[in-house]
Ligand binder design. Sequence first.
Ligand code: NI
Length: 217
Amino acid sequence: MDTAYVLEATEEHMRELLSGEASGHDWYHTARVRKLARRIGAAEGADMFTVECAAMLHDISDWKLNGGDTAAGGRSAREFLERVGAPPQHVDHIASIISSMDYKGAGVEVIMPTLEGKVVFDADKLDAIGAIGIARTFAYGGAKGRPIYDPAIPPTMHATFEEYRSKQSHTINHFYEKLLLLKDRMQTPTGRTIALERHEYMQGFIDRFHAEWEGRE
Ligand code: NI
């Protein structure tokens, strides 16, 4: 198999597909996930072709953007990989990583069955926290027309995926309902170490936000 060709074709396809995406899932998100996945994958001893392909294809179709079809991602990834001639065992593995990756709400735990899946999962979630995570969260909230904060609406821990998907809230709640929980969802030791650092940074931002909101800073 010509892995360099498949990686190059994948990059080109995704760059084109995601260019101009303004809700935080643009090509640069995918490029950052790829870089993080390489770093984590190398430290954890994962198969790097699978890691890089899955990282690049992970947002090929996202339920938040495609009207709620959660099976569409794995399906599109499979179609694409078959078209560029990736070997069947890799196609199966990468498609299964992508279909099991999406966040399903605070009470719904996602466990990736393979090391490569864990690596890509961690890389994607890490791009949702830290400085980049903060920027993406407000960009996404703005795209959805959500207010930045409303103290009258407290955070809720969604018990089901349906509840998570249908709930309209403000952007600060998103930190409590998802982003501040992600450090405990990491699936590799390397991912956990990076997550802790990003978590602290984000917690500092939230503390400061509330202090400024109350006129204390
Ligand atoms: Ni993503």
